[in-house]
Design a protein around this ligand. Structure first.
Ligand code: 13P
Ligand code: SF4
Length: 345
């Protein structure tokens, strides 16, 4: 195929990729080659809603963290190519240990997953020996191995509701998602780790308030990892925005809401990659980012060049130590069993 320096989507971003693949044109030849390689290697390509549009468009399945975990657990293909960040590919490997799991760039980490490690969790558990540990899926495999139930933003409320109300809960690592779950469940015996995602935490209440005032008829879709989730509820509580127009949703939940909405304009507080699926789901709606600089640098490491290299070279392969995976599997399987299906296509 042609390796050119054509730019993508009309903007000035050249696809940087691992050596020898930089400047790949994500045009029809690239797409054909990706699908040919995937078929030849019996691989399925999964992409998170925050991936670059070209990656979302070529993937066999696009979805939120929960939907992609469920798809990975049931995949028939020998190889899963995970276009997302490292903890997502690790989760797929935990669920399907006999499969080859590839990620186009193993350096695609997550600032939220980095906010707690296994030693810190061990220490926290020692302070609350009878507590049930609920970890967001944005954690390392080692942390999952010390966890009772994992959750994603789609089912965090249901997961916490499934726990005996008399048991203490340690919820980690996202403080904003934790605050959302505490509000929804009314649970007072829940301790929340003070971690955050730098991308979502950066979407602040002042920006949201200014946007909501500038677009008074718009609905607000806010991801619970955002620093502005509390401000969104405050805006509703103070009557600046009607309560039924403020929706705190996972990325999959945003898509369900977009398909059902009668609104003509929606303000979206999450990573900007989400706008692509939203616009596909409801082309008649004007979706606008609350903060158009909210782009996850880790998600964007999965370039068309990196995906081409991944399928050509069978790299980067994701390995999870068998003991760690065995310890983590129960908590991840509990996660995928709770909450409604959906969130992926
Ligand atoms: P969801 O797809 O579960 O909403 O996750 C958002 C996220 O930040 C993934 O890193
Ligand atoms: Fe992690 Fe935040 Fe990026 Fe999601 S958007 S992968 S939580 S750094």
């Amino acid at each position: 195929m042609a390796i050119t320096t054509t730019r993508f989507g009309g903007n000035s971003a050249v696809f940087d990729g691992p050596t020898g693949y930089a400047g790949v044109d994500a045009g029809p030849e690239w797409a054909e080659e990706i699908l040919r390689l995937a078929e030849a290697k019996n691989a399925t390509i999964l992409a998170h809603n925050y991936q670059l549009p070209a990656i979302q468009d070529i993937a066999h399945h696009v979805g939120d963290s929960l939907a992609l975990s469920r798809i990975a657990a049931e995949a028939q293909e020998e190889t899963i190519v995970f276009c997302g960040v490292h903890f997502m590919a690790e989760t797929a490997k935990i669920l399907s240990p006999s499969k080859t799991v590839l990620i186009p760039d193993a350096r695609a980490g997550c600032s939220l997953a980095d906010s707690i490690d296994a030693a810190q969790l061990r220490e926290w558990k020692a302070e609350h020996p009878d507590a049930v540990v609920v970890s967001y899926v944005n954690t390392t495999a080692e942390v999952k191995g010390l966890t009772d139930i994992c959750c994603t933003s789609s089912n965090a409320v249901e997961v916490v509701q499934s726990i005996d109300p008399d048991r203490e809960v340690l919820f980690l690592p996202d403080q904003f998602l934790g605050a959302h779950v505490r509000r929804q469940t009314g649970r007072t015996n829940m301790h929340i780790w003070a971690g955050e995602c730098h991308v979502h935490a950066g979407i602040n209440g002042d920006e949201l308030t200014a946007r909501a005032k500038a677009y008074p008829d718009a609905e607000l879709y806010v991801h619970p990892e955002c620093g502005c989730a509390t401000s969104a509820l405050y805006l509703a509580g103070e009557g600046f925005v009607p309560e039924n127009k403020v929706k705190i949703l996972s990325t999959g939940g945003m898509l369900d809401a977009a398909r059902a909405t009668g609104a003509t304009q929606v303000l979206v507080a999450t990573e900007v990659g989400m706008l692509h699926q939203l616009r596909r789901a409801a082309p008649q709606v004007d979706f606008r980012a609350v903060n158009d600089r909210a782009s996850c640098p880790y998600m964007k490491m999965i370039t068309p060049a990196a995906l081409l290299r991944c399928l050509t070279e069978g790299a980067d392969e994701v390995h999870v130590d068998a003991d760690v995976a065995a310890r983590a599997r129960t908590s991840v399987e509990r996660m995928i069993a709770i909450g409604s299906p959906g969130g992926g296509e």
